[in-house]
Design a protein around this ligand. Structure first.
Ligand SMILES: [Fe+2]
Ligand SMILES: [Fe+2]
Length: 282
């Protein structure tokens, strides 16, 4: 049964609009290095080492998924809000260009909302995939939202995300967004390896069991989100150093709370082991 109750028009040939990559200033390309060389990445890797030591208990998985769920929840509406703010701001400057510019941020929401394969219809949103993954361990969405399972920095992270995407100056939000998209394959990649490492114990049929679809899709899409975000920073700043510096401030704000969050999660889940792993990572 086809789920499509409509046929999408073929009146325009998209291939006629060949995508022309934007020339991006080196200082903006460097924002990615600010992410990948940040100490928070080491904190995440050390946490990953602990996660893979042995199969996690259901209680540990619940803390992991409920805490991570806080920022998983906040990002898609944040992306939408940032795209909307860019549209409105540019609408006043050059109305016919506003939506085309903001598309570079809105694009990241397309996957989040399950709109990325419309030739075959709506896909589950990333939030739905996340809830489905938790359900594999009989973890309900009520439990995911229950403060008893969420480390305090999980809530803090959510607040910071809300602040940067929705309220702070757009340029800072853009840097924050680039850091979010750049790090997503790192943290979701760590979780993917965690569950694959002991897949039999976790009741997974295969490395790419559909239970893990939330994690698997992020492996596919985030680099494209990041690169579009980088292009948006270029468009917004035109490479002007004072504006790029403010984007960088957004990048660093993301990385600071990111590191704090995984350090706390590590400590709550693994205690002394957490410190040893971090020391081993240097
Ligand atoms: Fe996502
Ligand atoms: Fe993304």
């Amino acid at each position: 049964m086809s789920q499509l109750r409509y046929v999408r028009g073929k009146s325009v040939d998209p291939t006629k609009y060949t995508h022309l990559p934007l020339q991006v200033s080196q200082s903006i390309e460097d924002l990615k290095q600010d992410v990948f060389t940040h100490p928070a990445v080491k904190v995440l890797e050390a946490f990953g080492d602990n996660l893979r030591l042995q199969p996690l208990t259901r209680d540990q998985i619940r803390v992991l998924l409920a805490s991570e769920g806080m920022f998983v929840l906040e990002v898609p509406p944040g992306v939408l809000s940032l795209a909307s703010r860019i549209t409105d701001e540019w609408f006043e400057i050059d109305a016919f260009e506003a939506t085309g510019r903001a598309a570079r941020v809105l694009f990241a929401a397309v996957d989040e909302y399950g709109l990325n394969a419309m030739d075959s219809g709506l896909l589950p949103s990333h939030h739905q995939l996340y809830a489905d993954m938790a359900a594999h361990w009989d973890i309900t969405t009520e439990e995911l939202l229950d403060d008893r399972h969420i480390v305090p920095t999980g809530r803090e992270f959510a607040h910071v995300i809300r602040d940067y995407y929705r309220r702070r100056p757009i340029i800072e939000g853009l840097g924050f967004h680039v850091a979010n998209e750049a790090t997503a394959p790192l943290d979701f990649g760590v979780f993917l390896k965690t569950f694959q490492a002991h897949r039999i114990a976790y009741g997974l049929q295969a490395e790419n069991d559909s239970v893990l679809n939330f994690l698997l899709v992020h492996d596919d899409v985030e680099v494209s989100h990041r690169e579009m975000g980088v292009e948006m920073v270029q468009l917004y700043t035109e490479g002007r150093p004072e504006l790029v510096a403010r984007a960088r401030q957004g990048v660093l704000a993301y990385m600071e709370i990111y590191g704090k969050f995984f350090a706390e999660l590590n400590e709550v889940m693994f205690g002394q082991k957490a410190k040893n792993a971090l020391r081993a990572r240097g």
